[in-house]
Design a protein around this ligand. Sequence first.
Ligand SMILES: *[C@@H]1O[C@H](CO)[C@@H](O)[C@H](O)[C@H]1NC(C)=O
Ligand SMILES: *[C@@H]1O[C@H](CO)[C@@H](O)[C@H](O)[C@H]1NC(C)=O
Ligand SMILES: *[C@@H]1O[C@H](CO)[C@@H](O)[C@H](O)[C@H]1NC(C)=O
Length: 483
Amino acid sequence: MPLTFLHLLFLSSCIFLNGGVRGQTSYANDFVNPDYVVARDFGNNTRAAQLTIVKWAKVLAQRGPWSVMDKAVLPPSGDKHDYMSWAPYWWPDCSAVGNTTELPQEEVWKQCEYKARDGQFNPDGRLVNDVGNFQLLSDAVLYNAITWSFNNQPTSNFYSKLLVPKFIKAWFLDTETRMNPNLNYGQMQRGPTGQLGSHTGILDLKGLTKITSAILMLRNGKSEDWDAATDAQMIAWAKEYITWLETAEIAVEEGIADNNHGTFYYNQLAALKILVSDFTGAKAVTDTYFNKQYLYQIEANGEQVSLRPLEAARTRPYHYRAYNLAAMITNARLAEYADPSSPMWNKTTTAGATIKTALDFALSVSPAASQEASYAAELYPSIAAVAATYGDADGKYLTFLKNAQPAFAEDPYFFWNQPWAVDLDISGLVGSTSAIDDDKITNAGTSTAGTAGAVSANSAVASKSGLTLGMIAVSALCFIALA
Ligand SMILES: *[C@@H]1O[C@H](CO)[C@@H](O)[C@H](O)[C@H]1NC(C)=O
Ligand SMILES: *[C@@H]1O[C@H](CO)[C@@H](O)[C@H](O)[C@H]1NC(C)=O
Ligand SMILES: *[C@@H]1O[C@H](CO)[C@@H](O)[C@H](O)[C@H]1NC(C)=O
């Protein structure tokens, strides 16, 4: 595949975020069990991970709030409250519409025909950055809600009161800034026959799973920041959006997709049913996934079917393997939360494989084999999840992580993959002795000191190398946008 300059720039930004600098990143998806967080029985060896969570929470908090009103372009409906994103790989060809001189942008978007260039991002997509903003929102809300739970930990003086409800109200609820509960213009096509969202755009809101986790932490933990009125409004919003997800033509289409799009669709829908306390409905949703798409997604050796040459002559097999795995794990977590009596972890595909088989296969493939060394870290949260769920009797997962990411005990996923993490002997590993140091937290985001360089460190390097703020925003998207 030919790489454009911008594409290379984009990829190098991804490497930067996920490579040597222990910067902030965005996990593809996860459902953090709110019961564990609310119980506040955190083992001593999760302290380094707690410190990272607090730092990420703070850096993200400084960037919000966000809303759909932030975009400069009006959706075809004329209502800015409608969420919008543009199909990422499509480029204009204006030759048929008398493009003798340069056409103004708005005319290009409406009149020119758009053509796909697989894997090549059209950078003008970030003029409408609802997708990037929503990702930041979901991470900000998740990490700040977890940080709220550290109120008997030395990190407690960091927590910024009312921040989570403020961000949630700005995006979903406040009259001036709320998002209408639909994705009619997600990953929409431009051009004369476009101007409508496509089913792939449903993926843009997969972060609702993280947001649900966060809301449950505050609600079940009886946080005084999360009042009954806000809870009721959020439930009302979620119910309207659930109806849209279950009935809109493009949403239904996404729900039957065989690949990661289908898997992630169930993440959102099941999480939202849990948010509105419809546990039976949530279980029905995950049951549908595990009795439909899932059955055909993993082969006997653990390779994922969508990674067969046909489709994943797609450009990034390692990424897609990790990406769909994260969504499968999230569905299994949601199923277990909705109905602990019938977990899906042992559910086998028609070929006899489980989620664990899929992880074991993914671990056997070197990311370098497909020039994806920079994506190696995408698998780490899933390794921890599988070790925590199925056990790690022979220490295989621990050994893998130790070699691949010696400081993994500092990673946020290490905090919530229990009881594996708590029982683990991490003495001698990076992060095992980290004390919670207030200064480090206070300075997070304004200095490069400490282990997690986070966004400010990235910005410093980025400006030195001449990258724009826009490219930084793009780089933050590298995990989600590669779908
Ligand atoms: C955790 O650390 C504290 C303070 O160092 C110590 O008092 C406590 O015994 C430790 N708990 C465990 C279970 O190791
Ligand atoms: C429009 O025409 C100009 C001048 O010929 C050309 O450089 C440009 O690439 C064209 N734009 C598109 C989107 O076709
Ligand atoms: C899988 O099934 C076995 C046998 O019933 C059980 O011991 C184990 O806990 C199950 N594993 C998970 C992850 O549910």
